[in-house]
Design a protein around this ligand. Sequence first.
Ligand SMILES: C[S@@+](CC[C@H](N)C(=O)[O-])C[C@H]1O[C@@H](n2cnc3c(N)ncnc32)[C@H](O)[C@@H]1O
Length: 231
Amino acid sequence: MAAYVLAAQRATGQDDEQRWEIRRVAMVRDQIKARGVRDLAVLDAMQSVPRHRFIPAEVRGSAYIDSPLPIGFDQTISQPYIVARMTELLEVEGHHRVLEIGTGSGYQAAVLASLSDQVFSVEIVPELAKSAAETLRSLGFRHVRLRTGDGYEGWPEYAPFDRIMVTAAPPELPEALVDQMAPGGRLLAPVGRTSETQRLVLVTKDAEGRVRRRPGLAVRFVPMVRSESPR
Ligand SMILES: C[S@@+](CC[C@H](N)C(=O)[O-])C[C@H]1O[C@@H](n2cnc3c(N)ncnc32)[C@H](O)[C@@H]1O
């Protein structure tokens, strides 16, 4: 191909990325800062992770709107504000070992991996796990480990975790996940039997292992399903 054609294609690609970035700046300003998220590291992560790369082509044009979006298999990528608020509430530090349940598109895992060196994520739908792995690899997030499996079991081989974020809603808090929290750990999960009754629950475990649960924001997440066959 002629050099000028390649140069033109590269320039078009750069223009596209600049257009996405302008939308991302507006998303962080209007949807996230405006609603009170203040943590600078979280705001930086929301600004730097290219959300559009995690969105299926059919709906990519809506990547930066104030809404969850479909990612296939009846699942969704969460609304940007919810991703930012949950990440802020989790108080992630660079040395923390972080577990996410519900990889979905891989976007939340990428935001967490912008804050921590050790991110683990479990997804029950194999096709989603595969495409999230490809997206994360293509963006250079090599320190995210993914597993296809049932998040009700957590990931015992790598426990305990300093931080756990659950991004699908179980009817009750899964005890295996509480058991896999490190002393001083935090866990955040949308808990509820129906989408009308879900609350975001913050669980803390102190240095002596005492557990406290505090229900917060009303939220609406897809249900956390159980695997049909024992693993
Ligand atoms: C709201 S989506 C999560 C969005 C995701 N965090 C993202 O950034 O795209 C919920 C995800 O949880 C997954 N899920 C549901 N039940 C699960 C389970 N028991 N274990 C692991 N993943 C589960 C769904 O397949 C879906 O991908």
